[in-house]
Write a protein that binds this ligand. Structure first.
Ligand code: TYM
Length: 332
């Protein structure tokens, strides 16, 4: 069986990177796999979250997933904390993963910053919980953006070590699914940094909730260079700002960067940016309208999440029973 698991943190607004790098690909894969999509609230609290905001963000992320085209009838959508098997398996994986493996995680280094001693233990063990999310369902494929690749390698290492230690092929070795023209959407202010929720500059990212004027303004102000767009892909080398905008255009219009250059090569940003802004507004406003419609009936969204959590527990519990048995926990 081919099963997908993927997740998104319900911290603040979703941005264009989350949509193009992950959620849009989920929509494309949903008919070919059994899919489980999760708002990872246990991951969110590895850094401080205001309780009321966490709750409303969790609901809003579910609404945005559905508005983006994830079908809540055929897929499972739920929040992580409602399925305790994630936390249980994460503890087991804390005992499987080695400190040396976690020490290599670049995301922890980025997020913890210079003062590592003040970071939560949860932030450090974050990738073990992520492996538990996936393996509690024995998922085989994980569609994510490029930035999650290292975490998925760790998930493979954990599965391999567990299988080796307990002498059986208990867990699958997951395959990352990283594809499309926007696997790594970059900051609009600095083409060498990824677009991220935690960037202090609001102008660095397009939020899925930004209104028409804000989207147009952020694209207009995006840092680029003064040269016109090249006609060939090689011409984008060493031009991170330009290459980012071309990639975003390609992803939003379902074409390739090369095709975008065929259309816009030789034109300056004075022509290209307004075209990109129109395209972004067109695509995102449809999702925004639908998100708003769903959020007007929060009980309906909550019911979807509740059903999703029930279905998720029904898959994870027999797998956890098998794991407890393998480890030697007394089960009565
Ligand atoms: P998170 O919430 O940071 O991001 C959610 C998804 O969006 C992708 N993404 C991007 N893609 C392209 N360009 C960007 N600038 C960009 N920024 C974010 C991420 O790669 C991700 O796919 N640890 C995960 C959540 C998680 C998870 C999991 C994912 C928890 N458990 C199990 C897969 C499987 C995270 O923090 O994603």
């Amino acid at each position: 069986m081919q099963r997908i698991f993927s997740g998104v943190q319900p911290t603040g607004n979703l941005h264009l990177g989350n949509y193009l790098g992950a959620i849009r690909n989920w929509v494309r894969l949903q008919n070919d796999y059994e899919c489980i999509f999760c708002m990872v609230d246990l991951h969110a609290i590895t850094v401080w979250q205001d309780p009321a905001e966490l709750r409303s963000n969790t609901r809003e992320v579910a609404a945005a997933m559905i508005a983006s085209g994830v079908d809540p009838e055929t897929n499972i959508i739920f929040n992580q904390s409602q399925v305790p098997q994630h936390a249980e398996l994460a503890w087991i994986f804390n005992c499987v993963a080695r400190l040396g493996w976690l020490d290599r995680m670049t995301q922890f280094k980025d997020k913890a910053g210079k003062d590592k001693a003040r970071a939560s233990v949860g932030l450090y063990a974050y990738p073990n919980l992520m492996a538990a999310d996936i393996l509690a369902y024995k998922a085989t494929h994980v569609p994510v953006g490029e930035d999650q690749k290292q975490h998925l390698e760790l998930c493979r290492d954990i599965a391999q070590k567990f299988n080796h230690d307990y002498g059986e092929e208990v867990f699958p070795i997951v395959e990352p699914l990283i594809f499309g023209e926007a696997t790594r959407v970059m900051s609009l202010r600095d083409g060498s940094k990824k677009m991220s929720k935690s960037d202090v500059s609001h102008a660095s990212r397009i939020n899925m909730t930004d209104d028409v004027d804000t989207i147009a303004k952020k694209i207009r102000k995006a840092r680029t260079d003064a040269e016109p767009l090249p006609t060939e892909m090689v011409g984008l080398k060493g031009r991170p700002g330009a290459s980012n905008l071309v990639g975003i255009y390609a992803a939003l219009s379902d074409t390739t960067s090369a095709q975008v250059l065929t259309e816009f090569g030789g034109k300056g940003f004075g022509d290209f940016k307004p075209a990109l802004a129109d395209l972004a507004v067109d695509k995102l406003s449809q999702i925004q309208d639908e998100t708003r419609r769903l959020m007007a009936a929060p009980d309906h969204v909550d019911a979807i999440i509740k059903t999703g959590a029930q279905k998720a527990r029904a898959i994870a519990e027999p797998i956890l029973r098998e794991i407890r048995e393998k480890i030697g926990f007394l089960q009565t």
